[in-house]
Design a protein around this ligand. Structure first.
Ligand code: NAP
Length: 285
């Protein structure tokens, strides 16, 4: 059976470090604070928000939720983003996306100050990630994958790493972060040919596809490390969720694998806190 790379020990180690850093800021009279901007009340957003608030509490980070009705106008929401962005006491901003269709999301995202963009909503942050500029925050989920690999001492230098998925929120920035660590990265997507063959050639396979249990035994081989980013409704267990990897088939074959739940998802909110603390430190040198 493959070793389970659980997220909780990773999150716990990060928490300990963050508590010290938050206390150091508080001793200087500064309380790091996250601004959470939400339009409407989608259950997924509320679930993530609840987790984020709990994690903020656990490290002593303050937060403020800015909630807007589903039919908020472009003008009103733009004004709100500019106002929250200008607040000196708010060091990081989390904005839930996608925004309702009547809003110009591209324009609204661009109004978040890059130095407060702790989940990579702006092109400015994305550019910094692609340019290896460490003052830019990558999205929280790819960072969580990297933090898991680092915590479990999984070497990346020179390794063949395959990322399945090329979204701007997971696959592409993840590939850049892996490249930064000198991995040889292949990015796959829905038009990739011979996907099982490419995946089974990898030393490390990261699945960010959004298709429940798609990565089955035909995509893997013994000795591999598999990071499952997926969070999907489990077709076999109504009310539960599962990853992009068919864990029952893959776990007995590979060397190490992240579980779902309890893997990448359990590190994401602590990364959000880490980015907010970093943003606060950078804004208060
Ligand atoms: P997305 O925007 O839907 O992107 C999915 C990517 O997978 C696309 O690049 C798509 O290719 C590719 N793809 C789809 N079907 C494929 C197939 N049959 N073969 C190969 N590639 C295929 O999804 P996302 O936002 O990146 O999220 C990916 C997964 O991560 C989802 O399960 C999501 O729930 C999960 N997620 C988890 C966290 C967390 O904290 N753990 C956070 C965010 C997302 P094309 O580009 O060609 O369409």
């Amino acid at each position: 059976m493959g070793e389970l790379l659980k997220g909780k020990p990773v999150a716990d180690a990060m928490k300990e470090d963050l508590i010290n850093r938050v206390n150091a800021l508080k001793e200087r009279g500064i309380t790091p604070k996250l601004g959470i901007m939400r339009v409407g009340a989608r259950p997924d957003d509320l679930f993530y928000e609840g987790g984020a608030k709990k994690t903020c509490d656990s490290v002593g980070l303050a937060y403020e939720v800015f909630e807007y009705p589903e039919d908020v106008s472009q003008e009103a929401f733009e004004k709100a983003v500019v106002e929250v962005g200008a607040r000196k006491d708010i060091h990081g901003i989390l904005m839930f996306a996608p925004l309702p269709k009547h809003l110009d999301e591209k324009k609204i995202r661009s109004l978040i100050p890059v130095e407060k963009d702790v989940d990579c909503m702006t092109l400015g942050s994305a550019g910094k990630v692609f340019a290896d500029d460490l003052t830019g925050f990558p999205p929280c989920t790819p960072t969580a994958c990297m933090d898991i690999l680092k915590y479990y001492d999984i070497p990346l230098k020179g390794k063949n790493v395959v990322v399945v998925g090329r979204s701007l929120v997971v696959g592409k920035p993840l590939a850049m972060l892996l490249l930064r660590e000198h991995a040889t990265v292949t990015i796959c997507h829905s038009r990739t040919q011979n996907l099982p063959q490419i995946c089974s050639g990898a030393d490390i396979l990261l699945a960010a596809v959004g298709r429940a249990k798609m990565i089955d035994r035909s995509y893997v081989r013994p000795g591999q490390i598999v990071i499952d980013v997926g969070i999907n409704p489990d077709p076999d267990n109504p009310g539960k969720y599962c990853g992009d990897v068919n864990t029952a088939e893959v776990e007995p074959i590979v060397d190490k694998i992240t579980p779902v739940p309890g893997g990448v998802g359990s590190v994401t909110t602590i990364v959000l806190c880490k980015h907010t603390v970093m943003a606060c430190e950078m804004q208060n040198p």
